[in-house]
Design a protein around this ligand. Structure first.
Ligand SMILES: [Zn+2]
Length: 462
């Protein structure tokens, strides 16, 4: 059996607390590389121990075997467990046995039709949505399918406690972001990425690796198989062993390459998005980003790939495509409770780069939190560095601030709202309290209805 880390134990406790207070569909947030599968295995074990069925849905085939091993180690009763890729399970949904509990990995995808078909088939099952990033690129968010969220320890807390490696972040702009165009999925189109990324990037990737991370085991994320091949070539030309890997690389060849990387016979792995979700690759000390993205999930999966801790390790992240300007640093503060709220149709939440308070050194290209700049000097190279002045607020942001002011005003004048302000949903017992709470957190009316039904405030057939 696996021993849980303190923060994993805390997640399990919080999940049971939420379930016992009446929630049935719960988002469980915890950063990438923090062992969510182990937490799921623990909960699956507890469930099958009581003779109840579990279903475990994953997004990619690469992680299924790993997850099965973890479940086996944990002593989950596999005869009561259905594990599979979403594409497989959704095709066989009519033949699947009804689970008491559904566990979803990488659950920021869970609004997709393939997941919804399964979830709609078993409306009475408990559902735990595990994800590092409970945020989607579209306007619809996970509040549509969940009634609670548990937020795990932040990246910074986990780094301080030694569960993630500390990192340095550098950015070299090899991109014209104005040329990027979004597709219907919300992320950039392949054609526009091709257009936006400068041809200089191949040389820059190699020279900056040599300048900042020479000798370190590195993974490069790029936007196309062709560019991946060019990048690998550029490394090999200067005798740094590099290999390109993509979805069409046969499994046995990939396993062999990954083993050579672990044995440090290959220095650099270049991929499009093979090494994102879950795929195990522990000894990465440097990540190089050559793929711009609008997806926070992808950004964190890319950048945090090198954060597995080791005594004395300091990871290096090199961003060639200005992703930090969209998302801040990997450990920038993020409000997950706000992220799961669906915004008005078509109106994407404003990116909050201005609030991240980070700045870039013109000399060494380090990206640093403004708080780390002392006496106007870069903490890395000691050259003068200017902390960016606060960016002017846009109309949208001003409107948001005014909206917030209005709500605060209402709270001050409304007794019920005051009472619910610091409560969580399981502390609410009347319709009035639920309504006030929903208003405070901008929840839809459906949420009130759902909660009221769960709490028996509305009769089942109403
Ligand atoms: Zn500097």
């Amino acid at each position: 059996m696996l021993k849980l880390r303190p923060y994993q134990e805390e997640l399990v406790n919080n999940i049971y607390h939420s379930l016992s207070s009446g929630h049935r569909k719960i988002i469980v947030q915890s950063p990438p590389r923090t062992g969510k599968t182990v937490v799921m295995a623990k909960i699956a074990h507890l469930t099958t121990n009581f003779g109840n069925r579990v279903m475990f849905i994953i997004h990619r085939k690469e992680v299924l075997e790993q997850a099965k091993n973890t479940f086996n180690t944990e002593g989950v009763d596999m005869s009561l467990t259905t594990m599979g890729m979403v594409q497989t399970l959704t095709r066989r949904v009519d033949k699947l046995p009804k689970p008491k509990l559904i566990l979803i990995d990488e659950a920021h995808h869970a609004l997709a039709k393939s997941y919804q078909r399964i979830l709609n088939k078993f409306p009475k099952s408990y559902v735990l949505y595990f994800t590092a990033t409970p945020e989607r690129t579209g306007s619809k968010q996970l509040d549509q399918i969940a009634d609670d969220i548990i937020v795990g320890k932040s990246i910074r807390e986990l780094t301080d406690k030694g569960f993630l490696a500390p990192f340095d972040y550098y950015s070299i702009d090899d991109i014209d972001t104005k040329k990027l165009k979004k597709s219907s999925t919300g992320d950039y189109t392949n054609a526009s990425m091709e257009e936006a990324v400068s041809r200089k990037i191949y040389g820059h990737i190699v020279s900056n690796y040599q300048r900042l991370a020479d000798g370190k085991q590195a993974v490069v994320f790029t936007y196309s198989v062709e560019s991946a091949k060019e990048i690998a070539d550029a490394f090999n030309k200067v005798n740094i062993s590099a290999v390109e890997l993509d979805g069409s690389t046969p499994d046995n060849l990939r396993d062999r390459i990954v083993k050579q990387f672990r044995d440090k016979k290959i220095r650099i792995l270049v991929n499009v998005n093979l090494f994102t979700e879950g795929v195990d690759l522990p000894d990465v000390d440097c990540v190089i980003m050559a793929r711009p993205t609008q997806s926070l999930a992808l950004y964190l999966q890319f950048s945090m790939r090198c954060l597995n801790p080791r005594e004395g390790k300091r990871a290096i992240i090199i961003d060639h495509v200005a992703n930090w300007k969209t998302f801040g640093l990997p450990d920038s503060d993020r409000d997950w409770k706000k992220a799961i709220i669906t915004t008005d149709k078509g109106k994407r939440k404003k990116k909050e780069t201005a609030t991240f308070a980070i700045t870039q050194c013109d000399y060494c290209f380090a990206v640093v939190p403004s708080g780390k700049v002392k006496d106007g000097k870069c903490p890395y190279c000691g050259k003068p560095i200017k902390v960016r002045a606060k960016v002017e607020q846009t109309d949208d942001e001003l409107k948001l601030i005014n909206d917030r002011k209005r709500v605060i005003d209402e709270i001050l004048h409304d007794e019920v709202m005051q009472q619910v302000a610091d409560k969580s949903p399981h502390d609410l017992h009347t319709m009035k309290e639920l309504q006030a709470y929903a208003k405070l957190h901008h929840y839809k009316r459906g949420w009130v209805f759902y909660q009221a039904k769960m709490k028996g405030l509305i009769k089942k057939n109403e």
